[in-house]
Design a protein around this ligand. Structure first.
Ligand code: NAD
Length: 361
């Protein structure tokens, strides 16, 4: 198979971590007989330096014509970088917001996996995390409260602010279908999270999710109120497989879930549209404090590349091989600085990429 991948290395540690993910993709292609074809794209500070803007129309077109985009991270140190002297719409982050919108990336996936080997980094009690956990938070990304009408106005001399939370059934249906499709590739359980005891938008959410569930008889569906879900994530995270939820609830719950796994350097993510296209990136930022030192953890980006193979190319076997290689390297005791603990072997970014490649068979 020929894979046309747009690559945004970005800023800070972006180029270092993406280089390792490409190394792992190339190795996977070699072993499983696929041809990787990369198109380098500029976004964020790297694009400002060359074009004066964080994202050009040409880059959007090139991204659109790729099968998927693999990204590092964008942005710099807000206190020292000249990019932050520019008006907000011309700063690095504006490029990311625009590309998500232009490509209609409505489904945000953030796996939260606690590896048995890294459970020391988890702030929860050992009896809760025994055996690790593996869940996928699926957040609606282009609707809801963050995209509704809002205003701050004065009424009878009193300042009043309001925001609106709107979802239509099509927006709910498309994310729900994605959630069930993904559950079919996992442990076949969906926890749909809402606030249906209070909100009309949540009651519609629940109704549409139930309609979609009827087409997936193998998947177990449960509904959970968002406040209960926030508690269950720290009380019993092992119960979750796919958590399906709207934009704001997902924003908060995905951060909570990622915190219980330990390091930011381990967290992959994907944002998908209605076709097979997706933008795959680590959850962390460009880490300007460690950029260029060769010590950043490339695992989140490598796991994002595995998600790309699984969700944009349907290459489950290849994605499994990468995930198993990562687990194996951790098991052997190799760690980058961010996940280092006593008795383990500290290695740099490139060595981590090399070792993971070595386990792809
Ligand atoms: P950050 O995630 O870049 O860094 C937070 C801390 O985590 C730092 O100490 C950093 O060294 C560490 N860290 C992050 N990724 C790591 C990795 N792979 N390996 C080892 N350590 C890692 O967050 P920040 O400092 O708040 O933001 C820095 C820049 O990144 C800002 O310009 C911000 O806007 C941008 N940012 C970009 C994205 C994105 O590209 N999607 C996301 C978040 C932040």
């Amino acid at each position: 198979m020929k894979l046309n991948i747009g690559v945004i290395k970005g800023d800070g540690i972006g180029p270092e971590i993406v280089t390792e993910a490409m190394k792992v993709l190339d190795r996977t292609g070699e072993v499983y007989g696929h041809e990787m074809h990369y198109t380098q794209l500029l976004m964020g500070g790297a694009s400002i330096d060359v074009h004066g803007v964080p994202l050009t129309d040409e880059t959007v077109q090139l991204a659109r014509s790729s099968d998927a985009v693999l990204m590092g991270s964008i942005g710099g140190d807000a206190k020292t970088s000249p990019w932050y002297q520019l008006e907000p719409s011309r700063r690095p982050e504006a490029g990311l917001l625009r590309i998500r919108k232009e490509l209609n990336l409505f489904a945000n996936l953030r796996p939260a996996v606690l590896y048995e080997e890294l459970k020391g980094a988890c702030p929860l009690k050992e009896e809760i995390t025994q055996g690790g956990f593996d869940m996928m938070i699926m957040r609606e990304l282009t609707g809801g409260l963050y995209f509704g009408a809002r205003a701050t106005e004065e009424k009878d001399g009193v300042l009043t602010a309001w925001d609106t939370l709107t979802y239509n059934e099509q927006e709910i249906r498309r994310i729900a279908k994605r959630g069930f499709d993904i559950a079919m590739k996992r442990r076949k359980k969906v926890t749909s999270v809402d606030k249906a005891n209070v909100l009309d938008s949540s009651r519609l959410w629940r109704k549409v999710v139930e309609e979609v569930a009827a087409d997936y008889p193998e998947v177990i569906l449960e509904h959970m109120l968002v406040d209960n879900c926030a508690m269950q994530l720290v009380k019993d995270p092992k119960q979750f497989d796919v958590i399906l939820t709207e934009n704001m609830f997902g924003d908060i719950l995905s951060d909570e879930a990622s915190m219980v796994t330990g390091s930011i350097g381990m967290l992959a993510s994907a944002s998908l549209n209605e076709s097979r296209f997706g933008l795959y990136e680590p959850s962390g930022g460009s880490a300007p404090d460690i950029a260029g030192k060769g010590i950043a953890n490339p695992i989140a980006t490598i796991l994002s590349a595995a998600m790309m193979l699984r969700f944009s190319f349907d290459l489950d076997r290849e994605a499994d091989a990468i995930e198993q290689a990562v687990a194996q390297v951790l098991k052997e005791g190799y760690r980058t600085i961010d996940i280092m603990s006593e008795g383990k072997t500290q290695i740099g970014t490139a060595k981590m990429g090399d070792l993971i490649c070595g386990y792809i068979r």
